[in-house]
Design a protein around this ligand. Structure first.
Ligand code: FMN
Length: 269
């Protein structure tokens, strides 16, 4: 027996032959479109991931260069970043460790790993868990001494966790700069943490007073500690400013970098 005309056409031929008004044709065409589009999106997501990760790394390196005062437009970021010595810090001990590779250690991922992090009971920066290790960046002078240290910091603002760096002079007390490279605060309000004029206030300010107490403060009015310890809060964004105040105090305190900064001052690291 000869095959009929319809059997000869194959699947696509048969689909084309179906009337455009038939619901089955609409459904099949929609399914094919979904399949093609989702395959393309998945392929692009996987194919572009390495480039995205590289851009994220470069952006972080550029922020470290900026906060340390080494960034100039047009420079080769990767080349300039070689000036830094990344070291892995055991936060509680305040000493360096070689337990993991400093350049690639991901303290954000580590903070979600119970073996590599601790749950904070006192948590003024509202971060929940804290990685036991963080990568810090040292900038050395010509004679090999530490000239500046760049320390990662993070904590909650109003809507989001702000991630950034603070750069300190070799005494571990004078601030060279502070800036955030990631946050979700409102443009024009909390996002004014990125305003160069606001960031410029941090240069030369001090963290601890003569008795060693943390005196740096982001507030609307200056405290009794004086101008050396005062950063003006952002107007219309007191809640983000409070978040920055809390996170800076937290990271400069005993649960943050205080053990390391004490070792830095005494020349033990
Ligand atoms: C849509 C919207 C977005 C806001 N975003 C922020 C913000 O990112 N950071 C912040 O501190 N306040 C933000 N605020 C304002 C706060 O609700 C609050 O009024 C402000 O922090 C108080 O600051 P002030 O005492 O300087 O006025 C926002 C308010 C609205 C309505």
């Amino acid at each position: 027996m000869q095959p009929s005309d319809t059997e000869n056409r194959g699947l696509i031929g048969r689909l084309l032959a179906v009337s455009p008004d038939a619901p089955v044709k609409t459904i099949v065409v929609a399914l094919i479109l979904c399949l093609v589009a989702s395959t393309a999106v998945s392929y692009l997501a996987v194919a572009l991931r390495p480039a995205q990760q590289l851009n994220k790394l470069k952006d972080k390196q550029m922020n470290i260069l900026q906060v340390a005062g080494l960034y100039e437009p047009g420079i080769d970021v990767v080349e300039a970043f070689a000036a830094f010595e990344p070291r892995l810090l055991d936060l509680r001990a305040g000493t360096f460790t070689d337990d993991f590779d400093a350049a690639s250690f991901d303290s954000r991922a580590a903070s979600q790993d119970p073996a590599l992090s601790i749950a904070l009971e006192e948590d003024p920066a509202s971060i929940g868990r804290q990685s036991k290790y963080v990568t810090v960046y040292l900038l050395r002078d010509a004679s090999g001494g530490v000239d500046r240290v760049i320390l990662p910091i993070h904590g909650y603002g109003l809507w989001s966790t702000l991630y950034g760096f603070i750069a300190l002079e070799e005494d571990g007390n004078e601030i060279y700069g502070l800036q955030f490279y990631e946050h979700g605060e409102t443009p024009g309000l909390g996002a004014e943490v990125d305003n160069p004029r606001w960031k410029a206030q941090w240069r030369g300010k001090r963290i601890a007073d003569a008795s060693g107490d943390i005196a740096i403060q982001v507030a609307k009015t200056q405290s009794a500690a004086g101008a050396d310890y005062h950063i003006d809060a952002l107007s219309g964004a007191t809640l983000t400013s409070d978040g920055v105040n809390n996170l800076v105090k937290f990271w400069m305190g005993e649960q943050g970098y205080a053990p390391f900064l004490a070792n830095l001052k005494s020349g033990d690291v």
